[in-house]
Design a protein around this ligand. Structure first.
Ligand SMILES: [Zn+2]
Ligand SMILES: [Zn+2]
Length: 268
């Protein structure tokens, strides 16, 4: 039988997508095959109409962290009736799905983790739901859902919280009874942030649109994500250089304050 054309895409951080270049199904299903290890980092997308007739026709296979793919997961893939693949761009011809993923494991960088779900573990979550006693408590992750976030939510490891976020947004939810709880940013922390960075007036145009500039990874803290969501901060992916501004006026573009002190003039 002829191999199916496929593409293997490496997004950063170990998130790898294997897409079969066939006509996309009208409806998709993310079901796991019978007896499948649900802790595996693999998310299948099948043709839902064919699946209803008992045919497992693969369309996409997402790997949530290629480093967490164990030999037993690859062996289990070998037991499924999956097509052989041609990935022209990578010069892989007539390979099994498991072999394509073994190749990706050798080629692509990923954070070395034993369990891909580690990325989504959050401190301070209850181990049991206080209402229904279920242990199926997952963190709520806020922000624009990146593909790997969306895949993790389909595997019920996180719940997507969306971009509408406030300091009092909950941080966990119970998958059984939907109770949610916790507070993203404790009141005292938020008030402290407002005191330091809250609404200010532009010294040039007097507009109240002066916002805090957040550099690089500074935007990853919960308090920063709330500030960004509420338009009180502005993010740039650059690292702050000496002399970089701490404040930016959204009305007139004036920049002020220093994120880092300017470098002292070098002597000699
Ligand atoms: Zn519950
Ligand atoms: Zn201004």
């Amino acid at each position: 039988m002829q191999a199916t054309r496929a593409e293997l895409i490496d997004y950063s951080g170990g998130y790898v997508v294997l897409r079969l270049l066939v006509r996309p199904p009208l409806r998709e299903s993310n079901a796991d095959p019978a007896g499948w290890d649900t802790s595996s980092p693999l998310l299948f997308t099948w043709d839902a109409d064919r699946l209803e007739r008992g045919e497992w026709v693969l369309h996409i296979l997402e790997v949530l962290n290629i480093a967490a793919l164990q030999p037993r997961h690859l062996a289990a893939l070998g037991q499924l009736n999956l097509p052989r693949l041609d990935c022209y761009e990578l010069e892989l011809f007539d390979v099994s799905v498991a072999d394509a993923l073994r190749w990706a494991q050798r080629q692509y960088q990923a954070l070395p983790v034993a369990d891909w779900r580690e990325e989504w573990r959050r401190p301070g979550l209850p181990t049991q739901c206080p209402r229904c006693d279920s242990e199926r408590i997952v963190p709520i992750v806020y922000g624009l859902p990146l593909p790997r976030m969306y895949a993790a939510s389909l595997k019920n490891v996180i719940r997507l919280g969306g971009c509408d976020v406030s300091p009092s947004s909950p941080i966990w939810t119970c998958l059984r009874c939907e109770l949610s709880g916790g507070v993203l940013v404790p009141e005292a922390v938020w008030e402290h942030w407002l005191e330091q960075n809250g609404p200010r007036f532009c010294p040039r145009c007097e507009s109240p649109c002066l916002v805090r500039v957040l550099y690089g990874a500074a935007a990853e803290s919960p308090v920063a994500s709330v500030a960004l969501g509420q338009g009180m901060a502005f993010w740039t992916d650059e690292a702050p250089t000496p002399g970089a501004p701490a404040w930016h006026c959204q009305a007139c573009g004036f920049e002020t304050g220093l994120e880092l002190p300017r470098a002292a003039p070098s002597s000699g």
